[in-house]
Design a protein around this ligand. Structure first.
Ligand code: GLP
Length: 233
């Protein structure tokens, strides 16, 4: 196992992660996967506030809800509101998901191809309360690729927290196999409610029931946890 676990106080968390992210995005040509949700929000705010710059970076959006475009719970809308709109310049290239297309399978193939043409240098990830990574819900295969998925009730509930008018029944996501090919991975985890699932992911059995447990197969994972999320490690 090659987990590098960095435990930070809540007060220092966003600043520290944003600073290290800024160092990475100063490298020209970085190919970066970004998540949305509540966990990365403070990091993105700090990154933008400290002059973060994605103008040399290719950004791939981790996942997307099957919701009409324009709503606040859409991952592309959250990425825009939480990060992109706060930056002085747009990313060099931005790849998001077209969920309106009649051929979603082709759209997932397009995203997969965009990633494999050059790979990912760094994938930032969050973890769901059920151990999901992106929208790779419990039961996802370790070698799964980008695809359309049915959402777990807890994930649908999460979309409501993000302000969704309708309940999304499905989503599209980079696969676990796709993400595990990233040259490095950062798992961002904050808050007491995530302590139990983080402990299961790092110390419990490696199982499809906890998709995040498969991150242990990767050779370069950094877990950025605050003290509350790390309290059961
Ligand atoms: C959501 C998203 C994930 C996200 C995770 C945690 O459903 N599909 O990409 O990382 O769940 O979200 P949060 O940070 O809001 O707890």
């Amino acid at each position: 196992m090659n987990f590098n676990v960095r435990v930070l106080s809540s007060a220092r968390y966003a600043d520290r992660v944003a600073t290290v992210l800024k160092e990475r995005t100063d490298e020209p040509g970085l190919r970066l996967c970004l998540p949305t949700g509540s966990t990365p929000k403070p990091v993105y705010a700090m990154y933008a506030g400290n002059g973060g710059d994605l103008s040399q970076t290719t950004v791939f959006l981790l996942d997307e809800f099957g919701l009409p475009p324009g709503g606040p719970a859409r991952c592309d809308a959250m990425l825009n509101a939480d990060l992109l709109a706060k930056l002085a310049a747009p990313p060099a290239r931005l790849e998001t998901w077209d969920t309106e297309t009649p051929d979603l399978t082709a759209e997932c193939r397009r995203m997969e191809q965009a990633i494999t043409d050059g790979g990912l240098d760094l994938a930032l990830l969050g973890i769901g309360m059920n151990g999901h990574i992106g929208m790779n819900e419990p039961g996802s295969a370790v070698d799964s690729r980008s695809r359309v998925v049915d959402l777990h009730p807890a994930t649908v509930e999460g979309a409501a927290r993000y302000g969704a008018d309708d309940e999304p029944a499905w989503g599209v996501t980079l696969g676990l196999g796709t993400l595990l090919e990233s040259r490095s991975i950062w798992l961002l985890v904050t808050g007491l409610p995530k302590a139990e699932i983080l402990a299961k992911a790092l110390k419990g059995p490696e199982t499809p029931q906890v998709p995040a447990s498969y991150l242990r197969r990767h050779s370069s994972v950094t877990v950025w946890a605050d003290e509350e999320a790390a309290s059961l490690l």
